[in-house]
Design a protein around this ligand. Structure first.
Ligand code: NAD
Ligand code: UD1
Length: 335
């Protein structure tokens, strides 16, 4: 069975993808510097899968550790999650973002090339579409950046597009990943006050934060609040399995949106979460957040045509799994 390296595999999306790959029968090796992952993630992955996890604690900027991984294992493909991802922080520290996100990718590609590994899936983002009125967004929409973070994702895509024909590259543009694994043993776990909607609501539900600020209720949307395309992280993880299988089987690359194609307003999410946790959640209407767009939704058809990918889980599933995770309802049998 093929062996896959996950950089950033102890992080939020990486850890869920690890489980989806193990489920699909792949061997998986993780490289992560744990700058944004809890040290107990590997043990939790071992508990869920019942098998040892191969984890290297190291940095994608460190060429020696990459060489070590490729010499210890015959790697067939790589999924590159490792990156810095906070849009606001990228404005404060653009060089750090370029160093890790662009420099890290280049370092990885060069180590892969040296080891003869030429199959890679890249974590891109809907942020590459910038602020656009065209909704849902097709993949051929022009790219533009509104932050240094977005710049690094566009730069990453462009670097990958320069690789010769014997490479096969899967560029996956995620919309808004939310939710947690069915075991409730892994999930999103931000240290600070969350910037993103669902982690923030989760902390209101647990009582750690008092109330949600809804950023704007005067957008041209069904209830005036912002619309996003939320996708369950387990669906997203399964998208990576399909992407890798396609690269390994066909040798052809792809660039696809991973979203549901459905938009939900902020208040839709508040109500769905309230239902999931069985309590009313306090919120107040606040001014619009700088840089926010009214609507951001994916055209999901290309991922279906190229990969057979279709998101299956509902907004209710996303909120229930998030609540199970943050409220500590661990389950050994997620099914
Ligand atoms: P995350 O921070 O949970 O995971 C990233 C992982 O990479 C972490 O475990 C971190 O410790 C590790 N890491 C960071 N820098 C590293 C380095 N230099 N060397 C080795 N490991 C390093 O983030 P996530 O939400 O799982 O995101 C994964 C990828 O998906 C990122 O590339 C991110 O930009 C992209 N993405 C995320 C979202 C989202 O909403 N979460 C949306 C679109 C794209
Ligand atoms: C943000 C990032 C984007 C990233 C995405 C990943 C910014 C500007 N963009 O997008 O690059 O790919 O996360 O999930 O940071 N909201 C509130 N109150 C809150 C938090 C959010 O009302 O406390 C609203 C926002 O205005 C928006 C929606 O909830 O309408 C979703 O926000 P968020 O989860 O931060 O995601 P995005 O803004 O889509």
């Amino acid at each position: 069975m093929a062996k896959i390296l996950l950089t950033g595999g102890a992080g939020y999306i990486g850890s869920h993808t690890y489980l989806a790959l193990i489920d699909a029968g792949f061997d998986v090796v993780i490289l992560d510097n744990f700058s944004n992952a809890k040290p107990d993630v590997p043990a939790r992955l071992e508990d869920i899968t019942g098998r040892p996890a191969h984890v290297y604690e190291g940095d994608v900027l460190d060429r020696a550790v990459l060489e070590q991984v490729f010499s210890d294992h015959t790697i067939d493909g790589v999924v590159h999650f490792a990156a810095l991802k906070a849009v606001g922080e990228s404005v404060e520290k653009p060089l750090d973002y370029m160093q890790t996100n662009v420099g890290g990718l280049l370092n990885l590609l060069s180590a892969m090339d040296h080891a003869g590994v030429r199959r890679i899936v890249f974590s891109s983002s809907a942020t590459v579409y910038g602020d656009t009125d065209i909704q849902p967004i097709p993949e051929d929409h022009p790219r533009t950046y509104t932050s240094p973070y977005a710049f690094t994702k566009i730069a990453g895509e462009q670097i990958l597009e320069q690789l010769p024909d014997d490479w096969a590259v899967g560029i996956l543009r995620y919309f808004n990943p939310v939710g947690a694994h069915g075991s409730a043993m892994i999930g999103e776990d931000p240290e600070d006050i969350p910037n993103n909607l669902v982690p923030y609501i989760a902390k209101v539900a647990t009582g750690e934060l008092e109330r949600l600020s809804v950023f704007g209720d005067d957008y041209d949307t069904p209830d005036g609040t912002g619309v996003r395309d939320y996708i369950h992280v387990e669906d997203l993880a399964e998208g990576h399995v399909l992407s890798l299988k396609s690269l390994l089987e066909t040798g052809e690359g792809h660039t696809v949106n991973l979203g549901t194609g459905e938009g939900s307003t902020v208040l839709d999410v508040v109500h769905a979460y309230s239902e999931a946790c069985g309590q009313d959640l306090a919120y107040k209407i606040a001014p619009r957040r700088d840089g926010d767009v009214a609507v951001l939704t994916a055209r999901p058809e290309r991922a279906k045509e190229h990969l057979g990918f279709e998101a299956k889980r509902s907004l209710a599933d996303m909120c229930r799994s998030s609540w199970a995770w943050v409220s500590g309802q661990r389950r050994n049998d997620p099914n």
